[in-house]
Design a protein around this ligand. Structure first.
Ligand code: ATP
Length: 247
């Protein structure tokens, strides 16, 4: 399987704080790759550097063969990478559907299989797809986003990221603050999104549930990769789970 993203010797500093200290990662096309680790390990810095939200000090981020480190976020989005941020960043004053439409701002009329497919048509197609994954969002589409539960808001954040039909979805702590059953529901949908052909990079503190849906995982500790491997094997490695990922 070829790699959609390659991270090479990535370093990120915030002044004197060295958040990421030279890491290497491969994200194969069509897979779910997880970045696990405790608070402050450098997970969010890493994922935000891919979407251009955090400056890279040194190293390379290669996407579809092209270096994208330190490119502006709008260019990275146009290339097909979309992030669902930590804390969801829902626009409370807008309805559920308006929030979703915000995610489609980069969609343009284009030629698909020799046919001119209008912007409107693509957006409707993307909206239908999001509503297929998250039927509750369809039910609540005219509601103000701030009336949603935490789990529904997380679904909205992921749905909004899907509205540009990205090749690569970056998810920053989608389980944050949610009850275990809701996390399970959301993670099952993330797996379905992968099965539909997307590549997903997920940052999580909730190691066990993430390893159940991921193909491959990296464990970060104070800016360095402490372990990596196939998710299934990591899940069965009790020593590793105890050492780095909580019991
Ligand atoms: P969390 O789960 O808390 O988001 P994380 O693993 O995602 O943790 P980062 O948020 O990437 O870790 O933080 C890595 C290190 O960089 C931490 O020491 C953190 O305090 C520091 N850091 C993160 N953002 C900034 C910033 N904007 N300015 C200064 N230091 C920062």
């Amino acid at each position: 399987m070829s790699n959609l993203i390659e991270i090479i010797d990535l370093e990120i500093d915030y002044g004197i704080v060295k958040a990421v200290k030279g890491i290497n990662m491969s994200i194969p096309k069509g897979s779910i790759v997880a970045i696990l680790g405790a608070n402050g390990a450098g997970k969010t810095s890493t994922i935000r550097s891919i979407s251009g939200l955090t400056k890279v000090k040194s190293g390379k981020i290669i996407y579809k063969g092209e270096e994208i480190q330190n490119k502006p976020t709008f260019e990275i989005v146009k290339k097909g990478i979309m992030q669902s941020p930590e804390g969801r960043m829902i626009l409370n004053g807008l309805t559920v559907e308006e929030n979703l439409l915000v995610g489609a701002y980069t969609v343009k009329t284009k030629i698909i299989d020799g046919r001119n497919v209008t912007r409107r048509r693509q957006i409707l197609g993307n909206l239908n797809e999001v509503y297929t994954y998250f039927p509750i969002l369809k039910e609540r589409r005219t509601q103000q986003a701030n009336t949603l539960s935490g789990g529904e808001q997380q679904m909205l954040a992921i749905g909004r990221a899907l509205m540009s039909n990205p090749d690569c979805l970056l998810l920053d702590e989608p389980s944050l603050g949610l009850a275990p059953l809701i996390i399970k529901d959301i993670f099952n949908i993330v797996k379905k999104i992968k099965e539909a052909g997307k590549t997903i990079l997920i940052v999580e503190q909730n190691a066990k549930q993430t390893l159940k849906i991921a193909d491959y995982a990296y464990v970060l500790e104070v800016g360095k990769i402490k372990a990596h491997g196939k998710a299934q094997e990591m899940l069965e490695n009790k020593d590793l789970i105890e050492a780095y990922l909580g019991s």
